[in-house]
Design a protein around this ligand. Structure first.
Ligand SMILES: Cc1ncc(COP(=O)(O)O)c(C=O)c1O
Length: 377
């Protein structure tokens, strides 16, 4: 937390505006809209924002929705909420995000057979924007609606513009692990004010105007509370600082491993600012000396919690019946990818301990049976 979150949240208590109406909500939305340059609606989660985005786009049963395969399941679950069918698309190696060339090739073939999807959910992974210009151009050409899942990329940029501000509809998350948090929460942004207004209406149970409780469409209870919006308001004030902190952590790791072969920071695309929300690395076991899994185990033995890169959606049992285009790049990034401790408040002394532990893994003889096998190979 920064300095003002508590004060804004206390204001909700002292004024008794603790529920889904109150001044923090307006102030948080205003601050967010100023930053993004588009209308914003506070919601209860990023997942709710993606779900409402699909509703706004008219996605329903029988539709197909393309989605980046390298992501967290929350990107794809709302496709199923709408009774639609997810179809997954691989990443490119240069950004780990959706591969625009592959998207183009697939949509060209799909158009020829009249099988175009209704929408695309393009994810900005681990703090880095996808290459939005070609993606928007291709989808525009084929009439495919685009929703940008910028849950992990708040604070990042693409060609000087805020990540998430490029697509007509975007979703952000303030879950506890994100670069800024409201304990739990999300934001939907829309270029079209009428769509943002509709999202607000749908998120508040779609109650028709008037004093009677009348409803003509299905609504949702997806609003954020004024208490949590107070936290969000304060967090917006420290967003740039958090971006600096996350980037500094990633680059300290990179420098700490500069002389080690076979371990490399997630690529930093030249088209924008990568927040490095999480410090992600690829491990090439044959050069590094042990596998990603052996490295995870070694860190665990030193009481350091690290995680694999997201398991792609096309490898999940949940989506086993779904079509996938490509998938080898995301599978490889998952198999060899590791997320190191990345909290904004990670102390340099603690980070030095992580760096030392990674360095031990690179040189320790026979960390595990698996490591031994790699060495023999
Ligand atoms: C890529 C991505 N999309 C969507 C979400 C969902 O956000 P929330 O947890 O706020 O529902 C998350 C994180 O939780 C995420 O990482």
């Amino acid at each position: 937390m920064g300095e003002n979150e508590q004060r804004y949240a206390d204001g909700a208590f002292s004024s008794n505006w603790v529920s889904t109406v109150g001044p923090n909500l307006g102030a948080f939305e205003d601050a967010f809209s100023r930053r993004m340059g588009v209308p914003s609606v506070c919601l209860s989660s990023g997942t709710a924002a993606i779900h409402l985005g699909l509703v706004l786009m008219g996605v329903g049963p029988g539709d197909e929705v393309f989605c980046s395969t390298l992501t967290f399941a929350a990107s794809a679950n709302p496709i199923r909420y709408q009774g639609a069918t997810p179809v997954f698309v691989d990443s490119d190696r240069d950004s780990w995000n959706l591969d625009p060339q592959l998207l183009y090739d697939v949509l060209r073939v799909r158009a020829a057979t009249n099988r175009l999807p209704k929408a695309l959910i393009v994810v900005d992974i681990y703090g880095q924007s996808a290459d939005m210009d070609p993606i928007l151009e291709i989808c525009g050409k084929y009439g495919v609606a685009v929703l940008e899942d910028a849950a992990e990329a708040l604070g990042a940029t693409y060609k000087g513009k805020p990540a998430g501000s490029l697509a007509p509809v975007s979703a952000y998350s303030f879950n506890g692990n994100k670069i800024i948090t409201t304990a739990g929460g999300g934001m939907l942004t829309a270029h079209d004010q009428a769509l943002a207004d509709k999202a607000r209406f749908l998120a508040t149970q779609a109650r028709d105007p008037g004093i009677a409780y009348e409803h003509s469409v299905t609504g949702y209870n997806y609003r954020m509370s004024n208490v949590l919006a107070g936290i969000g308001r304060g967090q917006m004030e420290v967003l740039d600082l958090r971006v600096q902190q996350r980037r500094a952590i990633a680059f300290r790791y990179r420098d700490g491993f500069a002389d080690l072969p076979g371990i490399s920071l997630m690529p930093q695309a030249t088209y924008g600012l990568h927040t490095n929300w999480l410090s992600c690395f690829q491990v090439d076991a044959s050069k590094f000396g042990c596998t990603r899994d052996a490295l995870l185990r070694h860190l665990d033995s030193r009481d350091i919690e690290a995680r694999p890169v997201w398991k792609p959606m096309h490898l999940q049992a949940l989506f086993a019946d779904c079509e996938v285009y490509g998938g080898e790049v995301a599978s490889d990034l998952f198999r060899n990818g590791i997320c190191l401790p990345s909290s904004s408040n990670l102390k340099p002394v603690d980070q030095a301990r992580v760096i030392d532990a990674v360095r031990e893994a690179a040189v320790a003889p026979m960390l595990s049976k698996e490591a031994a096998e790699v060495r023999v190979a």
